[in-house]
Write a protein that binds this ligand. Structure first.
Ligand code: AMP
Ligand code: MN
Ligand code: MN
Ligand code: MN
Length: 276
């Protein structure tokens, strides 16, 4: 089983259309796939159709932006029904404010000597509801203001950097409830990326468990190999099932391609076992 249960398309901040992500996943050897666009399920029907035409198993997916203890946490929903109105309405509210935030980011970047960034970012946006920092990063790299997306985030757009505009995303309890209402399981995405203290992490995992959350990502393109080991231990300590996903966004971006990550450690229970 080559499960890749986290990636993005042009419906959010990826650069391939859902059917093209499906083809790339299949070419990469993926046999169980989920497209998990940020705060959007509009690519789900196309993704499922393309996956099934290629002979891959498909799970409905989404990655919801959450604010917890003043920081952003991403919650992946797997096996969701993309027609669920509770989920669709919640995601629409979560997307609200992205356009105004993007204009404010453009103003901050202009003050830092980078003109027309909002207009530049829009050139990369397919879904105007879903303008994100990734679109700004592509424009800044393309116009030579940074050598890589990584540099854009470390200099301008990362949390706490001068070009970033913080945004209040969904509440953790709401995101988990929308996923559950849609028949899915909530998964804490790439826990190694959050700058919480150990006490905060314990509180986050505890609250997530109290809400019915059962899984975290362990093997993800957003973790280093050391973090694979660290979060395998966390999964065992908290009794979490484990997920695996590349977090693929675009061919020239990121460390990991679809289907190419190491397998989950055999001591962990894959979250996808419940759907096989
Ligand atoms: P937003 O939802 O607009 O806050 O944008 C978040 C997106 O920016 C994430 O989904 C990633 O695709 C991207 N991102 C965040 N931090 C980084 C980073 N350090 N390097 C590269 N991409 C990042
Ligand atoms: Mn992204
Ligand atoms: Mn994420
Ligand atoms: Mn992602």
């Amino acid at each position: 089983m080559n499960a890749d249960l986290h990636c993005h398309s042009t419906i959010s901040d990826g650069q391939l259309a859902p059917a093209d992500v499906a083809r790339r996943a299949h070419a990469g050897g993926v046999t169980l796939w989920a497209l998990t666009d940020h705060d959007e399920v509009r690519g789900q029907a196309q993704a499922r159709q393309a996956a099934e035409d290629l002979g891959m198993r498909y799970l409905g997916g989404v990655e919801i932006s959450v604010t917890w203890a003043s920081r952003t946490v991403h919650i992946v929903g797997l096996n969701i029904d993309p027609e669920c109105s509770t989920l669709i309405d919640g995601l629409a509210r979560t997307r609200n404010g992205r356009a105004a935030r993007a204009e404010a980011i453009g103003e901050r970047l202009a003050a830092l000597g980078i003109p027309d960034a909002y207009e530049g970012a829009l050139r990369y946006v397919s879904n105007p509801d879903m303008i994100s920092r990734t679109h700004f990063a592509r424009d800044l790299v393309e116009r030579g203001y940074a050598a890589s997306a990584q540099e854009v985030f470390s200099r301008y757009l990362g949390d706490g950097k001068p070009g970033n505009v913080t945004h209040r995303w969904a509440k953790l309890a709401d995101a988990v409830h929308w996923i559950q209402a849609a028949g899915g399981e909530a998964v804490i995405a790439h826990p190694g990326r959050y700058a919480y203290t150990p006490v905060e992490f314990d509180a986050l995992f505890g609250e997530f468990i109290d809400l019915g959350g059962k899984a975290i990502e362990v093997i993800t393109g957003s973790h280093t190999p050391d973090q694979y080991r660290e979060y395998a231990e966390v999964a065992k300590r908290f009794g979490f099932e484990a997920s695996r996903g590349s977090d693929f966004h675009a061919v020239e971006e990121g460390r990991v391609d679809l289907g190419s990550l190491p397998p989950l450690p055999s001591s962990l229970t894959p979250v996808w076992n419940r759907w096989l």
